[in-house]
Design a protein around this ligand. Structure first.
Ligand code: CA
Length: 192
């Protein structure tokens, strides 16, 4: 997991300075060394025309190395269309910082990539777009057919001036090779 994009740092610095300027000035200002990390990726899968919403949480609160990440198993129904929504959190903060809207605001520099691995049979289509009409991936449609199982990998890439054009061939495969990875989550999935 990489540190999150510097524009946020700048915003944090500005925020801290504003806070300092408006608070009691007797104390020395706190050193500004805050960093944002995306430690946690949540997915909510709402079935179309059915009732059983499925939620998943991937979390690695100490970042790369150290303790292994945790993720629950997603149990999906066969022959079902799900509308998926992603939430991104920094759980090193108390309370956890929600970074989803910041990724949304910088949609031209970010994209999420979905991979069905092992023998998992899922059709995944990103349904949201950035300002240049390229896929973003905080929202997606996930369609199951027959029963299968495997892993769903979701990778958030930071791609300033590196996003693949909307209509380029093989844009998913190409996109995965570009820019830095902000978080990569893997969920065991059972389609039953
Ligand atoms: Ca870790």
């Amino acid at each position: 997991m990489k540190n999150l994009f510097r524009p946020y740092l700048a915003l944090l610095v500005m925020g801290s300075l504003m806070f300092t300027a408006t608070s009691c000035s007797d104390d020395d200002p706190e050193p500004v060394d805050e960093e944002e990390l995306i430690t946690t990726l949540k997915i909510v899968l709402e079935p179309v025309g059915k009732t059983q919403t499925v939620t998943g949480t991937f979390s690695d609160t100490d970042g790369d190395g150290g303790n292994p990440p945790t993720a629950n198993t997603l149990r999906l129904e066969a022959n079902t269309t799900y509308n998926a929504t992603i939430t991104l959190l920094d759980e090193t903060k108390t309370p956890a910082a929600n970074l989803t809207s910041e990724v949304e605001e910088e949609s031209d520099e970010h994209e999420l990539f979905y991979q069905a691995l092992d023998n998992l049979n899922l059709a995944i289509t990103k349904t949201d777009r950035d300002n240049s009409q390229r896929p973003l991936g905080l929202k997606a449609q996930v369609v199951t057919t027959t029963t299968s199982s495997g892993k769903l990998r979701i990778t958030l890439k930071h791609q300033p001036n590196l996003k693949v054009g909307a209509n380029e061939p093989n844009r998913e495969q190409t996109g995965l090779t570009r820019g830095e990875t902000d978080i990569q989550a893997e969920f065991p999935v059972i389609v039953e």
